[in-house]
Design a binder for this molecule. Structure first.
Ligand code: DAH
Length: 340
């Protein structure tokens, strides 16, 4: 047994321990329940009494050598872990991270704002959580109108009704309540509708609403404003056409189509081979809406329009699936790099 221990001591001292895994193996091998030391202490029981003293001393030396090896490694590792701060070079240039490109919806929203600011429109924003008055009632929605249905609107509270606004027309009301004409503003913002998500629809989307109220504002002014806008967004050759429509808050109401900027009016699958694509709703503000906001409808008239930013962006950049706007896939977003 003595001979065995004499061999083991240098063996312990020479074992290379480089990693924490090495240390763990070393520990198990020598100090484990069934390890070298445990075996030797077991053997020690059978050592004749005359040799007990000498063997015990050597065995103890081995035990200490093992512990010393472990302690040395831990100490070295500890000081190693503290040193990296000295290797930290604060003068090194940082890794360049390219800033993200602007989102296509922001690009187009900013363009729309810019186009209308040039002809004197101010920009206003308001809340996304609206009461029934501003989202429906003041806009002349009859009590039984389907938009007031749970199926179309995300209600937060019922009686009195509080909902996520379904359109930015609510900001028309807030603006007219707070200001007397002349009013010439656009209202960009996020709107919410209880719709199944598909390539053409989403439950969250963006609109820009426009409002012009003053003395002698006519349908002709509306038409010229929209023609100017369409040419600015889609190009000088763009033509517009107005079709009669219905909205509770405008009378008369219309929908505006632009000549398809993809096929130039010849017909393609974007314009469903008609040469025209619908981009907005519009009309003359219903006198009842003006009166709801304490604006004298005998003196003032106005026009309003509302468009979906997603739709305009899809047409402008030929994007076929609306869901791409919300997925934040860098392969999609990076294509808009450089456009402000
Ligand atoms: N609020 C309408 C919508 O969300 C859009 C709209 C249509 C706004 C006609 C208007 C308008 O101001 O005159 O579908």
């Amino acid at each position: 047994m003595l001979d065995k221990i004499h061999i083991l001591i240098p063996e312990v001292q020479d074992t290379s321990i480089k990693t924490k895994e090495d240390l763990e193996q070393f520990r198990i091998h020598y100090q484990g329940r069934k390890g070298v030391l445990a075996g030797l202490f077991e053997d020690f029981k059978t050592v004749p009494p005359a040799q007990k003293k000498e063997t015990g001393r050597i065995l103890n030396d081995l035990k200490m050598a093992i512990q010393a090896r472990i302690d040395t490694f831990i100490q070295e590792a500890g000081t190693k872990e503290e040193t990296p701060s000295t290797e930290f070079d604060l003068t090194r240039p940082v890794t360049y991270m390219e800033p993200g490109p602007r989102h296509p919806l922001s690009i187009v929203r900013n363009q729309i704002i810019e186009i209308f600011s040039r002809i004197g429109y101010t920009v206003a924003e308001d809340r996304e959580i609206e009461d029934d008055w501003h989202n429906f009632t003041a806009l002349n929605f009859p009590e039984e109108h389907p938009a007031r249905d749970m199926q179309d609107t995300f209600f937060i509270e019922k009686n009195p009704d509080i909902a996520l606004r379904t359109h930015t027309s609510s900001v028309q009301i807030r603006t007219m309540e707070q200001n007397q004409p002349p009013i010439r503003s656009i209202f960009p913002g996020r709107v919410f509708r209880n719709e199944a998500i598909s390539a053409r629809a989403h439950c969250i989307f963006h609109q820009v609403e426009g409002l012009y109220v003053d003395k002698d504002v006519s349908f002709r002014d509306l038409k010229q404003t929209l023609l100017y806008f369409a040419k600015e967004v889609f190009g000088e050759d763009t033509q517009i056409r107005l079709r009669p429509s219905y909205f509770p808050f405008t009378e008369p109401s219309g929908e505006m189509d632009v000549s398809c900027n993809i096929c130039g009016g010849k017909g393609c699958n974007i314009c469903k081979y008609t040469g025209w694509v619908e981009i907005l709703g519009c009309g003359m503000v219903d006198p009842a809406v003006l009166e709801n906001c304490n604006i004298d409808s005998e003196i003032y008239t106005g026009f309003a329009f509302g468009m979906g930013i997603e739709r305009i962006t899809m047409l402008k950049y030929q994007i076929k699936d609306l869901r791409l706007f919300f997925e934040n896939d860098l392969r999609f977003l990076n294509q808009f790099r450089g456009i402000i």
